[in-house]
Write a protein of this length. Sequence first.
Length: 245
Amino acid sequence: MPTAIASRRFDRIDALRGAAIVWMTAFHFCFDLDHFGWIGEDFQRDPFWTWQRTAIVSLFLFCAGLGQAVAVAQGQSWRRFWRRWAQVAGCALLVTAGSWFMFPRSFIFFGVLHGIAVMLVVVRLTAGGGRWLWPAGALAIAAPFIARAAHAAWPALEFLNQGGYNWLGLVSRRPLTEDYVPLLPWLGVVWWGLACGQWLLLRRPDLVGGPIATAAGPLAWLGRWSLGWYMLHQPLLIGAMLLAR
């Protein structure tokens, strides 16, 4: 990898992550409006909202894979990796605590940050998988669909729906929780992001390391502070709505 690429931030990846954050914030703004009864939407079953959620999470996790490709290529140490991982895991625990306060019956026990914390470790350990990352990602994405068929054929698999196992994603029904991002199928999206990032860094580094338009600068800035904004945006939105009631 060229030294100029290896020693710099990747504004295009940051801007893509920033775009996901803006989309997520808009989605949660609408979700909060519904929660307070100001609009009437079905966020659990209406495809307009469920597909948006899937797209937002996919974009976030794909960016996480891209970021790991850059980190590995730039020689990120395990010590630095674990420091960042601890930030993600700690924020995941705060999300669990905050959601339990607001939604005690459906609190978040394995949401996007919990999933990212586990997936980062798996992706870091498998970063040398090369071309096998593509079929591995496809298998991970297909696994929950295969599991549903297996549940129908073998009722003994019901234990996979229990709390000690449903973080794997091999369930026949979605658990009662406000956010659910299990290991499968989402690990596949991160693996594809990793594979795509490694391919681009090796063959087309200009596509990820090139400059961005001035107008995209705020998105790149937001993308660099994605974890902080993720933690702050809901308290800010909910607080503003409580004041406006």
